[in-house]
Write a protein that binds this ligand. Sequence first.
Ligand SMILES: Cc1cc2nc3c(=O)[nH]c(=O)nc-3n(C[C@H](O)[C@H](O)[C@H](O)COP(=O)(O)O)c2cc1C
Length: 183
Amino acid sequence: MEKAIVIYTSKRGSTKQYAEWIAEDLGCEAVAFSDVDFKALNLYEYDCIVYGGWIRGSGIVDFDKFAKHLDADLMKRLIVFGVGFADETADNYAQVWGYSIGKIDPKNENGAVLYILGGRYDPEVVTGLDRLLMKIMRKVLVSGSTKDARAGVNKMRDRIDNGVDMVERGNIAALVRDAKKRS
Ligand SMILES: Cc1cc2nc3c(=O)[nH]c(=O)nc-3n(C[C@H](O)[C@H](O)[C@H](O)COP(=O)(O)O)c2cc1C
């Protein structure tokens, strides 16, 4: 394929792992968002721009900061991936989309695409503000549970309490196919 780049933000490694797998399959570089010098990097050189971030409270971390460097032309080359521990239901997808691509292109006129990839969560290693946010998320989840939603809520509660690891290389297949088609 023509030139591609993968830019990512990862706190505990799973998003970084996906970014590296994707870059390997596309034959390009994966760069941490915090290491990118946007004055030196010319995004117009790339036919395919992949941005990945870990999901925090349904938002893709640093996407809003990254999006400041995009215009309509660059959005047409954009594939976004978010890494989270929630199942990819229509509701979850819509929420994450609304906080990311939907915020800057609500009618999706430029055709940027979002993928949600299964993440990793270990309650033992989460500290500080993240720990507090997770406590609040758990409370909201459990208190808002209706009878119909109970099974899904119990599953999420179990993941919050005991952790989960859904990181698998196979999860990137559709994204990589899509990226290759864009060049
Ligand atoms: C404070 C906090 C909030 C989170 N919120 C969500 C969320 O809203 N939806 C989701 O699917 N995953 C959520 N997660 C799960 C992580 O995004 C997921 O485990 C991801 O794999 C972490 O990526 P990293 O290993 O690159 O840091 C949250 C995790 C933390 C610590």
